[in-house]
Design a protein around this ligand. Structure first.
Ligand SMILES: *Cc1c(COP(=O)(O)O)cnc(C)c1O
Length: 397
């Protein structure tokens, strides 16, 4: 017999992240089984017909459903407080899936200018091919969101805190604008994860994740998910079946392991980032530090209200532009020179020439991506080693 773990109604976040969604197979394994199979079998032709018709519970084909993928969806639903979830092969597939499920030709999207680069490409180029238009606005300027609304506006999209400056959106304020315009409010919650922020509770309709980042947490596999009400996610399941953007059962298993330690890891990422931010703020060779956990940051008050921690990503500026920033980056020994984040390993990046290299000079200016800016995504190494490493880099100046 299958055995579904039943948890008390008031189970807390840590308990849910270890146990929610677990369904044991007839073998009664303790940790989740991995279902590496493309299709499923039946006792009889009649049973096959019943499962295909949806009259009997069961799986058909892993492009549609897979028990391991479903466990991942159900655990994420519990953590985000969502009624339904649809997992995908990557974070971008989750964003695309929500767009395909809810947008049609002639519709309009309002999107924060400070979103993941590929998300900008998706709205500005890919969806434009299908006559879906997009206006990009300043994340923190509610007037710009309001002014951008049109009768055709069907979706508002943002990330908070932003990458790499840590700007914080007023989720309740933007939810109100979306509601008044009868548009969906979609939040990419990749940087906070539900351990630090639950956007549905602040009025978002849909939450998106690149599970590739903090949810896996070890930089090992790709995945994504969109979560919300049954009514809003069901059409995405239909798209998913047709489009085949499914999450691999192996990746779902890896991501379930990641979720078990999510709270512990996020608290440690936040602690390391916070300590690095304070240390950098006092450093004579550092001109400015951007981290919403610093009291002078413009998003500090909102972050305190909406988040249970300030996240693992910070950035800082040095004098001397690109040359100086590259010297610091080339001078570190422990940190990884890579653009990824949400990993146990701390990463150091020069946004202007990597993650944001495709922006025009004007757009870089608008987004605050100056040449002397360096992003650090704090991992789980000892923070004293990380400070010493940044000191090594800064000594090159
Ligand atoms: C990485 C990332 C994505 C895209 O996710 P993939 O898993 O790489 O497709 C989307 N949003 C944010 C904020 C990200 O950091």
């Amino acid at each position: 017999m299958k055995n579904r773990q039943v948890l008390p109604e008031n189970a807390s976040f840590e308990t849910l992240s270890v146990r929610a969604g677990t369904v044991r197979s007839a073998e009664r394994e303790h940790s989740e089984a991995m279902y590496l199979t493309s299709s499923f079998t039946y006792d009889s032709a009649a049973q096959a017909a019943a499962v295909f018709a949806g009259e009997e519970e069961g799986n058909v084909y892993s492009r549609y459903t897979n028990p391991g993928v479903r466990m991942f969806e159900e655990r994420m639903m519990a953590l985000e407080g969502a009624e339904e979830g649809c997992a995908t092969g990557s974070g971008m597939a989750a964003i695309m899936g929500i767009c395909m499920a809810h947008l049609k030709a002639g519709d309009h999207v309002v999107c924060s200018r400070s979103v993941f680069g590929t998300t900008v490409t998706l709205f500005a180029k890919i969806l434009a091919q299908f006559n879906v238009s997009c206006t990009f606005v300043d994340l923190t300027d509610l007037d710009q969101w309001l002014d951008a609304m049109q009768p055709e506006t069907k979706m508002l999209f943002l990330e908070t805190p932003s990458n790499p400056l840590g700007d914080v959106a007023d989720l309740e304020g933007i939810a109100e604008i979306a509601k008044a315009g009868d548009a969906l409010f979609v939040v990419d919650n990749c940087f906070c994860t539900p351990a630090l922020q639950q956007p549905l509770a602040w009025g978002a309709d849909i939450v998106i994740h690149s599970a590739t980042k903090f949810i896996d947490g070890q930089g090992r596999c790709m995945g994504g998910i969109a979560l919300g009400s049954k009514e809003l996610i069901q059409p995405m399941h239909l798209w998913q079946r047709a489009a085949g953007a499914s999450l691999s059962p192996f990746n779902a298993w890896v991501l379930l392991k990641g979720l078990e330690t999510l709270k512990l890891r996020m608290d440690a990422h936040c602690r390391n980032a916070q300590q690095l931010a304070w240390w950098l703020a006092e450093h004579p060779k550092v001109v400015d530090v951007h981290y919403c956990g610093l009291p002078h940051h413009p998003g500090a008050a909102l972050a305190r209200k909406q988040q249970q921690g300030y996240g693992g990503v910070l950035s800082f500026e040095v004098d001397g532009g690109r040359k100086a920033a590259w010297k610091v980056i080339d001078g570190v020994q422990v940190m990884s020179r890579t653009a990824n984040l949400g990993d146990t390993r701390t990463t150091i990046t020069h946004p202007a020439s990597t993650t944001h290299c495709r922006l025009s000079d004007d757009d870089k200016q608008k987004a605050g991506i100056v040449e002397g800016l360096i992003r650090v995504a704090a991992g789980l190494e000892n923070v004293e080693d990380l400070k010493a490493d940044l000191e090594r880099g800064l000594q090159e100046l």
